[in-house]
Every structure is written in C-alpha cells, then in structure tokens.
Ligand binder design. Structure first.
Ligand code: NAD
Length: 515
C-alpha cells in the first residue's frame, strides 16, 4: 500500500464522505513542496444514499430548538479560531493562496457564524401581518425549512464557501449535502469536522465528492434546494435543471467588477484599496476588481503610481506567512489566464507590468498584471479572467464611467473611489450590480455579513448573507385565523347585498386609513 493511500484510509475526516465507487481523485498542490492525499469519489448511488441520510437527519434537525442551533454556531466560532493554524495550512496546501488571504476565509466564516448565532432566530420566527379583515382576521407567516439543501462549492474560497451557505441552511432547520470542488475537498472536510465537533448531529451535513457534470448533476437532480457558487456557464446549466424540477436555487456566479476612480480621489487611498481589490487570492475571487476606470485628468499619475506598487508586490509559494500574493490554484486555470493576457496583447493591449509565469518562485505563480489600451472589442474588456489581471482605462465624464461599468453581462460588485460621498451615492444608484463599495475594493460589502450579497444579470440570482441569505432556505407559509364573520360570501345568501357590504367595507377601510 502506498503512503498516500495509507494516509487516506486512516484519515478520520473521510468518515464525512459518502463514496463507494472505488475510484479516487488525486489533486495536486500548487505549492511544489506540498502533497495532497487522494480522495475517494462518489457515484450516483452514493449521492442517493447521501440524500436519504440527509432526509432522515432533517426529520429531527428541523425540530431542534433555536437555542440548540445557536450553541453549535457559538462553539464553531471557537473551534475555527482554536484550530486556525491547521486550517490555514490545508487551505494554502490546496489553493496556493497567501496565508493572509486564507485567514480572510476563516474570519469570514467566524463572522457569519456569529451573525447567524445572534440573528437567525429573529429572522425566521413567525410574525403577524395584517389580515383580510381588520381585527377579525389574524394572519401570520411561518418560515419553514425546505428539506435537503445541496451546496455546490468552488475551489477558490474552499473553506468559507463550503461553510457560510451551509450554516445559514442549517440554522433555518435544513440538512445539507455538500459537494466541494475536487481540488479542495480536504479543506471542506475540515470544515465539516468542525461542525460535528461543535455538536451538529451526524447526518445533518454530508459530503459527496466528484466532478460537477456527474456527481454535481446527481445532487441537483435530487436535493430540495440548490445553493450553487461557481461559473456563469455552470450556473446556466443548473438553472435549467432546477427549472425543470421546479425547485428553487441561489446562483452565485462570476463577475467583471469595475472600479471608478473619480478626479478628486486620494492617491494613497486608491493605491491601498486597489492592490487588495485586484490581487487578493491572486485575483481568483468572484468580487475581484478586473477593470479600473480613472478620470482622465489624474490618469497618468494614478497609473504610474499603481504600476510601481504592483511591481513591488511580493510573491511566494510555500506554507506560512511572508508574501503578499500566492499561486494560481491549478495548471489548467493558469493556462486560461496566460491565454487571456496573450490574446489581449495580440489585439493591441499594452502590458504595463507582469504578464509572466514566475517558475523561479513557484510552478503556478503568475505575476500581478496591469494592462492599458484595452477597448470594447477585445474579449478581455468584458470576459472574466479570474486571475491577477486588471486593465486601466481613462474616462472623460462620470456618465462615461458608469456606462462603461455597466457594459458587461455581469453585475456582481463595483467600487468607487472619491472624497465626495454624495456623488458616490448617486453613482452607486446607477450601477447595475449587487454590491457597491465606496473607498474600498470588495471587503466592505463582503465583510458586512449582516447585509445581502449576490449578483444581477449573469452574476446570478438570490442573495447570501444577511436575513435574505437565511430566508432563501425557507418556505414562507401564511396562516390566517378568522374570528367572527367569514371573509368569503356565504353560499345561499343574497349576493347583491353581499356585494354592497363588500364595497362599503372597502370604502370604510380606506376612509379610516386602515391600510
Ligand atoms: P465551476 O462552475 O467550474 O465549478 C463550481 C462547482 O460546480 C464545482 O464544485 C464543480 O464541480 C461544480 N460543477 C461543475 N459543473 C457542474 C454541473 N454541470 N452540475 C453541478 N455541479 C457542477 O466554477 P469554478 O471554476 O470552480 O469557480 C470559479 C467561478 O466561480 C468564477 O467564475 C467565479 O467568479 C465564480 N465564483 C462566484 C462566487 C460568487 O459568490 N458569486 C464566489 C466564488 C466563485
């Protein structure tokens, strides 16, 4: 038996996976000195079993008290913090990202768990509403869990995106079957282990493993709700499948996020914000900034200063602290990024800095890259790269900047750099996207876990975070109690008289301003 399969067989984390196909997937670490153990793969029958196990866990979990659920969230926060070193190692090993960016995932998960602990009960508790007839009709709305929620997660934020949606679903009383990306299964397994250590009963969350078009598809065909995070292409396939089944889904998809830098922007503020906006997790982040529109009068000054700072970004490819930006996560994705930049160059874009693979640092390290001279006819102007590549373009008026910002099919995130808060608010209202950050890249909205996040247009539908992120995992049920006279006409009564009474009632209600 090889060392890796021995590691695999003895690993208690595997107890969370339902996988009997006998096949394995071997992911490669982007960090050359690190190895990732293979994972067993699920097949159709495993997905079926995971759904059945999850359905049976749902029967009891949906009746647990909110205080039980809050206890799990409380303990989870402590466990994440306590085990952070091990978690940071596994995230780095599977993604190659810088340790600071891995830490952002843990912080995001802790903040989400805390928000859910403190707020989920009040978000989903039943509330009274005005009934059909004042005083005599009492209506209330219950938020009932849906059942088995299938969470399909990508590789770029493998810890937070495996957890944060699952946590909201669980707090709303659902059970979860999670399918992580095959590149980052071990990170997801660590997240699930923490949940069970925090007291979540066995079976409330299960993991299936494998490729999207097979295992992911089987999950979409059987779960009661799908929470998908990934590319717009896959989102479109899933939307068709859930449409056919008439089940609901939230789709968190790609973006081509703009930043507008107004003429009054502070240069230091811009530099500080733009570097992390473009290069966090090597740009492999749905809300990463990929295009910056700068007022023409400050364009040269801001461009030159930005390029200088980008050239000074430190790169690395090892476990631990000590560098600003890490690797691209896979060879295939690195090739996509290289090809996007090459194509842009061949179409006339100018590479101001970057544009090279740095094998001297690590096999999958790609330099942070700044382009200029990009125009609307080039694919890179409107297609997501999902890497450390940004282009800078001058604008002559705010109207032009807004027009260019809105000129893609996406609508995920945007940012505005200015000192004029009123102007920023006006610009934000004209941007077609789900979140707008003023004097920040993406972190202000991303970190505001009490507010919803999601996309317009081809960036998806539905919202994670905030009350909206919990309510999507519930079905609203209205219960109305009628006291005294009935609302509808009694069969056999004089219909004309009933009609007169109804008209009178409506006039009375409007006259008394009851509604
Ligand atoms: P992807 O769509 O290829 O894969 C995402 C997940 O879906 C993986 O687990 C994959 O196995 C699974 N999958 C693939 N095909 C499937 C199918 N036919 N049926 C069911 N599941 C399937 O995306 P990716 O390349 O892993 O992730 C990068 C993309 O995700 C980027 O476009 C990025 O912008 C987007 N993303 C969006 C958000 C957001 O919140 N909006 C967050 C992170 C990433």
């Amino acid at each position: 038996m090889s060392l890796q399969s021995a590691v695999m067989q003895n690993n208690p984390l595997l107890h969370h996976i339902i996988a009997t196909s006998g096949d394995q997937h071997q992911a490669l670490s982007p960090i050359p000195t690190e190895a990732v153990a293979p994972i067993p793969l699920s097949d159709d029958s495993d997905v079926k079993n995971a759904i059945a196990r999850s359905r049976s866990a749902f029967e009891s979990w949906s009746y647990t008290s909110m205080s039980e659920r809050e206890k799990v969230m409380r303990k989870l926060q402590k466990l994440i913090m306590r085990q952070r070193h091990e978690l940071l190692d596994i995230i780095q090993r599977e993604t190659g990202k810088a340790r600071a960016h891995a830490l952002e995932e843990l912080v995001h998960a802790v903040m989400t768990a805390r928000f859910l602990e403190k707020n989920a009960a009040s978000v989903i508790r039943s509330r009274g509403r005005n009934g059909a007839i004042p005083v005599t009709t009492k209506a209330s709305v219950n938020h009932m869990p849906i059942g088995v929620v299938g969470v399909i997660a990508p590789w770029n934020y493998p810890f937070s995106l495996a957890l944060i949606d699952a946590l909201a679903a669980i707090m709303a009383g659902n059970s979860v079957v999670l399918k992580p990306d095959v590149q980052t299964t071990w990170t997801a397994l660590h997240a699930v282990r923490l949940l069970e250590q925090a007291g979540l009963p066995e079976g409330v969350i299960s993991v299936v493993t494998g490729e999207g078009p097979t295992v992911g598809k089987a999950l979409v065909e059987q779960a009661d709700y799908i929470c998908f995070t990934g590319s717009t292409e896959t989102g479109r396939i899933i939307a068709q499948q859930v449409g056919e089944r008439l089940i609901n889904a939230s789709l968190e998809l790609g973006g081509k996020n703009p930043m507008i830098v107004c003429a009054d922007a502070n240069l230091d503020r811009f530099l500080e914000v733009a570097l992390s906006a473009c290069f966090t997790s090597s740009g492999q982040l749905c809300v990463s900034t990929e295009r910056i529109y700068i007022a023409r009068e400050i364009f040269d000054e801001f461009k030159n200063a930005f390029v200088e700072r980008v050239k000074n970004i430190t790169l690395g490819s090892h476990l631990g602290w000590g560098y600003d930006m890490g690797s691209i996560t896979s060879k295939e994705h690195l090739e996509r990024i290289e090809s996007a930049v090459r194509q842009a160059q061949s179409e006339g874009a100018v590479v101001e800095c970057g544009g090279k693979v740095r094998t001297d640092i690590g096999p999958l390290v790609y330099e942070p890259t700044v382009l200029t001279n990009v125009n609307r006819t080039m694919e890179i102007s409107h297609k997501e790269v999902f890497g450390p590549v940004v282009y800078l373009t001058p604008f002559d008026s705010i109207d032009d900047a807004i027009k260019m910002s809105n000129d893609t099919a996406y609508g995920l995130s945007a940012s505005i750099i200015t000192r004029d808060m009123r102007a920023a608010g006006d610009i934000a209202a004209r941007l077609d996207c789900g979140s707008v950050n003023i004097n920040e890249g993406f972190a202000a909205t991303f970190g505001s876990v009490e507010a919803p996040m999601g996309g317009m247009g081809q960036s998806g539908s539905g919202r994670r975070q905030g009350p909206e992120g919990i309510l999507r995992f519930t079905e609203a049920q209205t219960v109305a109690v009628q006291r005294g006279g009935v609302v509808s006409r009694k069969f056999g009564d004089n219909d004309k008289r009933w009609g007169r009474i109804m008209v009178l009632k409506i006039r009375l209600m409007r006259g008394l301003k009851l509604r």
